[in-house]
Write a protein that binds this ligand. Structure first.
Ligand SMILES: Cc1ncc(COP(=O)(O)O)c(C=O)c1O
Length: 454
């Protein structure tokens, strides 16, 4: 895809539409001469160089990559109009696109007739799910695993709901026995299962969480902000195939969150929440004297906590999914490559004398640690920190991230490592660019070289 060409085509298309409304002079207060713009723009683009190369295969640090060029073309073109998806009065075309992409995401999870919408982030999408949880079960709390995203605890605080972290097993998945015991207390109304934890990429057994929760009359919300698109790999045989049970169970849960701005190739500003029961829309009812006047159809602001939201985000997702649909053959191929990369790296790590695999990857996150300082958590922590820093400043850089683990979590996986501190850092790499697959051997060799330097 030639982005130059399509950005220009977007400019032309919007200009052509605008021309139909009659010419007028722009106000002088908005005038900026090109030479002045050039100077400030040069400073601006210069400042943007203070970034890590998220686009490059050598960047395997955070859960971060640039959007697909189709999303860029879609976002920028719609942004020239700047629709607001809060109301059909603010963005009729992009609100319709939002309804269509939400239906595609719902179909991907097997939700029949859900209520859903895009949000500005996974955090806000989860906040909405927890808000509905509170409204449905006033006075009852919310349980989530100790490895769930930190914002669940924070949002429970915001909502004034008690949040209960539940322990995890030795693979970082919610402990079902402990969950059962917590639910037996009768104080929990909703359980959050995470389909792809942020740290380890672990998949809570959603099907088993659902069974335990239902036994105790609790609802289940699935946080698939990071892992959601991997549902496209559920079932197929082959190296990238995933056990379908947790993924197929999502369709029987009460709500799910997915972030198209993670594996959906979108720019930031694109999360989504879906509720199985469209009746929960009643918790969003509000009166607005100054909007909702052009149509009696559903305005998205009537079913979301946020007011203004970028119509451009819906436009970008619509255009992207029209080209790379959320099917095993479409977006599934993108996430499959990242998972194959993670599995391939795990194989290399198993054979390494310098690095040790922390636990087998489930999705596209690989965690590992250097052994060169000796089998002690304090030495692993120091070596991991050094490797992270050395990797970024090396003439042939590699950009990693670290993950803090407890001595107990390390001991559960690697009894030979002395837990001489309460917690320590290991290395974590997110292989979310499909190109990672072609660079695994090289990345592994680079990290081994860095580890070998004491
Ligand atoms: C599982 C999970 N939930 C929620 C979030 C928060 O999403 P956001 O950063 O879009 O607010 C993340 C972010 O990484 C995540 O991995």
């Amino acid at each position: 895809m030639d982005l130059d060409r399509w950005l220009n085509a977007g400019l032309q298309a919007v200009a052509g539409w605008q021309d139909g409304f009659g010419a007028f002079d722009r106000h002088a207060s908005l005038d900026i001469p090109d030479d002045r713009f050039a100077a400030v723009f040069a400073e601006f683009t210069g400042r943007l160089r203070d970034n890590y190369p998220f686009f490059h295969p050598s960047y395997i640090g955070q859960m971060l990559k640039p959007p697909h060029p189709a999303a860029v073309a879609g976002y920028l073109t719609a942004m020239l109009i700047n629709p607001n998806n809060h109301a059909l009065d603010g963005g009729p075309a992009t609100a319709q696109m939002e309804k269509e992409v939400v239906a595609q995401l719902a179909a991907m999870f097997g939700f029949d007739d859900p209520l859903g919408h895009l949000t500005t982030s996974g955090t806000i999408a989860n906040l909405e799910a927890l808000y509905v949880a509170r409204e449905l079960h006033p006075g009852r709390g919310i349980a989530y695993s100790a490895e769930a995203h930190y914002t669940h605890g924070r949002m429970c605080g915001v909502l004034g709901v008690s949040g209960t972290p539940v322990g995890v097993d030795s693979a970082g998945r919610i402990d079902l026995g402990e969950l059962d015991a917590v639910l037996a207390g009768g104080r929990i109304g909703t359980v959050v299962a995470t389909a792809g934890t942020t740290g380890l990429g672990a998949i809570d057994p959603v099907h088993e969480v659902l069974a335990v929760a239902r036994r105790h009359g609790a609802r289940v919300h699935v946080d698939a902000a990071y892992g959601g698109f991997f549902t496209l790999l559920a079932g197929p045989d082959g190296q990238a195939g995933l056990d379908p049970a947790p993924w197929r169970a999502i369709g029987s849960c009460d709500s799910v969150v997915i972030d198209p701005h993670k594996h959906g190739l979108q720019p930031y500003g694109c999360g989504a929440v879906l509720f199985a029961d469209p009746d929960v829309g009643r918790f969003y009812v509000h009166d607005s004297a100054y909007t909702y006047f052009t149509s009696d159809e559903l305005h998205l602001g009537e079913i979301s906590l946020e007011c203004s939201r970028a119509g451009a985000a819906a436009a970008a997702l619509w255009l992207t999914l029209a080209l790379l649909p959320p099917t095993p053959e479409g977006l599934g191929q993108v996430v499959a490559a990242g998972r194959r990369a993670a599995l391939a790296w795990a194989g290399l790590l198993r054979d390494s004398d310098l690095l040790e695999l922390y636990q087998p990857p489930e999705l596209d996150i690989v965690c590992y640690f250097p052994l060169t300082g000796g089998p002690r958590l304090s030495a692993i922590d120091a070596a991991s920190a050094r490797l992270l820093a050395d990797g970024m400043t090396d003439p042939r850089p590699v950009f990693l991230s670290t993950l803090r683990v407890t001595g107990a979590a390390m001991a559960a996986r690697h009894p030979a490592v002395a837990a001489d501190t309460d917690q320590g850092r290991i290395l974590r790499s997110v292989l979310m660019k499909p190109e990672s697959e072609d660079h695994v051997a090289e990345l592994h060799a680079r990290v081994e070289e860095l580890a070998a330097v004491r």
